[in-house]
Design a protein around this ligand. Structure first.
Ligand SMILES: [Zn+2]
Length: 441
């Protein structure tokens, strides 16, 4: 165990990999020692939601641990636990917030049942990994096939909400007031069919992607009433309304310094989970203030020009980022760093499902720069979306992209797939005047 502990101090996935080869049961032996364990899963928003929740839960008297590096497979979970193991093989920290990959959830829950599982949403993600969205939903469903664990699911996503059907101990969160569309945009809608009869769901309002107020005409299924309702204008703090506390429900604002409606969902999910774990509104508000955005989650690099780095990995996530950019009414530049390594997804056809046409017609953007191994695919995609070819530039290297942005006099948004994120973060940090910091709006 001493050897494993030493290995664990170095941090992310490698020590976990070594340890799981030594003892595949080790992870579950350690998990069994936890007094409280919250799992955050779903397609988009896992990393931000677990980081927010961690900052709301952590305090000096009752420490929590987390897999902040985003290593969310079994080895990564083990790597997060190992640094907290003492010489007798006991965990010194007995509470954990763990981001868990959808495919890993059933592997975990076959041996260990967490206290609370949060499901953010279920949307189309890297197709070569899991096949269609039904595959991801099935994995989550099979990971929840046992009683006793509390489930917290997104009411506005019909797929995530369907996981709570006929299940005890389910709570929902959802937006009660936020910027919504009357008419659907041309976005991907994976959940737009009733899972029981296959008929298209009727939407009263659309929020983004497949999220909205929906119901099946035949009465099989509709949006559950959220226990935790959110109010936001998409710019300032999220107000959380909790049902059941009294007639009106208790209300409290949470200001976490994040940008974009999809991040407001993450704030709402984290606040709801923290309430279910007994944190007070004041503790949640204090924790949210100390939240630091993880790498590439709308992370701002101050300077001139100001540069903001955002991870994109699937059409729904990319559309949410673009909508946050539309809300920024300044003239701006948008860069895309698109790689196709295994961790990004080898198949880049998802670029064609991003609603770029809308963005190009609606947003003020004069400069587009493409980089990464699939820079040319992205440039073609932009041209098809209506961007004048003269406005699209190609950067040979990620470092070139960063130096090209330095010459611009407008804010720059850099949208990046997973494997380009770390090198871009490094380049942006060394190019700018200070360290990357979270965005404040
Ligand atoms: Zn139906």
């Amino acid at each position: 165990m001493a050897v494993l502990r030493l290995a664990g101090r170095r941090g992310t996935s490698l020590p976990g990999l070594i340890a799981s080869r030594v003892s595949p049961e080790l992870l579950f032996r350690l998990l069994d020692q936890l007094e409280q364990c919250v799992v955050v899963t779903g397609t988009n928003g896992k990393t931000t939601t677990s980081a927010l929740l961690y900052s709301m839960l952590e305090d000096d008297r009752r420490p929590w641990l987390t897999n902040r590096g985003g290593a969310n497979l079994l080895q990564g979970l083990l790597a997060a636990l190992l640094p907290h193991v003492d010489r007798y093989g006991r965990l010194r920290v007995r509470r954990a917030v763990l981001e868990v990959d959808e495919a890993t959830l059933p592997l975990m829950t076959a041996h260990y049942h967490p206290t609370l599982i949060v499901v953010t949403n279920v949307v189309r993600d890297q197709l070569d990994r899991y096949g269609e969205v039904d595959g991801a939903l099935e994995m989550l469903r099979s990971g929840l096939l046992y009683p006793g664990t509390t489930l917290l699911a997104n009411a506005d996503d019909p797929l995530a909400a369907s996981l709570g059907r006929e299940r005890e101990l389910t709570y929902y969160y959802g937006m009660e007031e936020c910027p919504m569309d009357e008419e659907p945009r041309n976005e991907v809608r994976d959940g737009a069919f009733c899972l029981l009869c296959g008929q298209e769901l009727r939407y009263e309002r659309y929020i983004y992607g497949q999220l909205g107020y929906y119901s099946c005409d035949r009465g099989h299924f509709d949006r559950p009433e959220p226990h935790f309702g959110g109010r936001t204008d998409g710019v300032s703090a999220v107000t959380v309304r909790e049902r059941g506390a009294n007639e009106r429900g208790e209300e409290f604002p949470v200001q976490a310094g994040v940008l974009g409606l999809y991040n407001d969902y993450n704030v709402l999910a984290a606040a709801a989970a923290a309430r279910l774990l007994g944190r007070s509104p004041r503790q949640i508000q204090e924790g949210a203030k100390h939240y630091e955005a993880p790498l590439g989650r709308m992370q701002m690099f101050p300077g001139s020009p100001e540069r903001i780095l955002a991870l994109i990995k699937n059409p729904t996530g990319a559309n949410s980022v673009l909508r946050a950019l539309e809300a920024d009414e300044r003239d701006k530049a948008v860069c895309f760093a698109i790689n196709d390594a295994d961790a990004d997804g080898r198949d880049v056809s998802w670029l064609w499902d991003i609603d770029l046409e809308w963005f190009v017609s609606a947003a003020l953007c004069q400069h587009y720069i493409c980089a990464g191994t699939r820079a040319l695919d992205m440039a073609v995609r932009l041209a098809y979306a209506g961007v004048d070819r003269g406005r699209i530039r190609i950067a040979a290297e990620l470092s070139d992209l960063v130096s090209m942005t330095a010459e611009l006099d407008v804010p720059v948004y850099v949208l990046s797939t997973y494997t380009a994120l770390h090198p871009l973060g490094e380049h942006l940090r060394s190019d700018g005047p200070g360290l990357g910091r979270r965005i404040r709006t």
